[in-house]
Design a protein around this ligand. Structure first.
Ligand SMILES: [Zn+2]
Length: 268
């Protein structure tokens, strides 16, 4: 998944992964929405200080572009934890707190919101399960990627060797300098996964890839983008590049979602 794999459709830009080719999915960028600065323009985050009406319009634009019905785009409240929600019958409210959503349902799209954090979309073609996960540094330290795979095994009997995962645009080690204390915590907690970090630059997408391999995914079943959200803040929201908490400046959140293929939805 590289810069040249960015797609434009109906004014929206997004990246996709060939590993998830059987599904409807997208790692959306920031263009094609109605929000104003500093949320320009396809902000999907309700909690960042943007006008809620604009956020609702942006979400509608996404649903229309990909043919997702009104209530069926599932977004929950991400808390930088390792809680995984499994959706069977009831749809969770947006206030439900979790950082990964799994479902076997064919009528819903599960989504995560990011601005530098790592979005991971999963598809188990064997058990027909889809999942979206969000991994910031806290979630990565808690191995949200591995815990998501464990939840797929536990709830649906997924064989990790058959699960496919795509790691979307997120902040790369080029732009993610952190404290030596935080690097130390990664080295202490993650053993060799921590080696994915060099000096003071943390490689969040790289560590998540190692965690997915440790959880049993085949290397060939993991797709990792080379797009850094901070390097490409023209196309993606980047909290590190744009937000300034001391001055009360936030940025928007882009959406990544996955839904089962059209054919399976029609069968339902
Ligand atoms: Zn970068």
């Amino acid at each position: 998944m590289d810069n040249d794999r960015i797609i434009n459709k109906d004014g929206l830009t997004f990246a996709t992964s060939p590993l998830l080719g059987d599904t409807s999915h997208a790692f959306l960028g920031r263009t094609g929405g109605v929000s104003r600065a500093p949320f320009t323009s396809l902000n999907t985050g309700m909690h960042v200080g943007d006008n809620p009406g604009d956020v609702a319009k942006n979400r509608r634009r996404i649903r229309e572009c990909f043919g997702v019905e009104d209530r069926n785009l599932i977004i929950v409240t991400q808390v930088h934890g390792t809680e995984v929600i499994n959706i069977e019958k009831e749809l969770p409210p947006e206030t439900a707190e979790a950082d990964a959503i799994i479902t076997a349902r064919s009528d819903i799209a599960v989504a995560v919101q990011t601005a530098d954090c790592v979005p991971i979309l999963f598809f188990d073609p064997d058990k027909n399960i889809i999942c979206a996960a969000h991994a910031g540094w806290r979630g990565t330290l808690g191995n949200i990627a591995g815990k998501t795979v464990t939840a797929m095994k536990k709830n649906y009997g997924s064989d990790p060797a058959k699960i496919r995962a795509a790691i979307g645009p997120s902040i790369g080690p080029c732009c993610y300098e952190v404290s030596t204390e935080l690097i130390g915590r990664f080295h202490d907690t993650l053993n060799h996964a921590g080696q994915a970090s060099k000096e003071r630059h943390l490689d969040l997408p790289g560590i998540n890839k190692v965690q997915l391999e440790e959880a049993g995914l085949a290397c060939s079943n993991i797709d990792q983008t080379s797009i850094c959200t901070a390097c490409r803040s023209d196309l993606f929201f980047s909290h590190r590049y744009e937000a300034d908490e001391t001055r009360g400046i936030n940025t928007g959140r882009q959406l990544s979602f996955i839904m089962k293929p059209e054919l399976l939805r029609k069968k339902r």
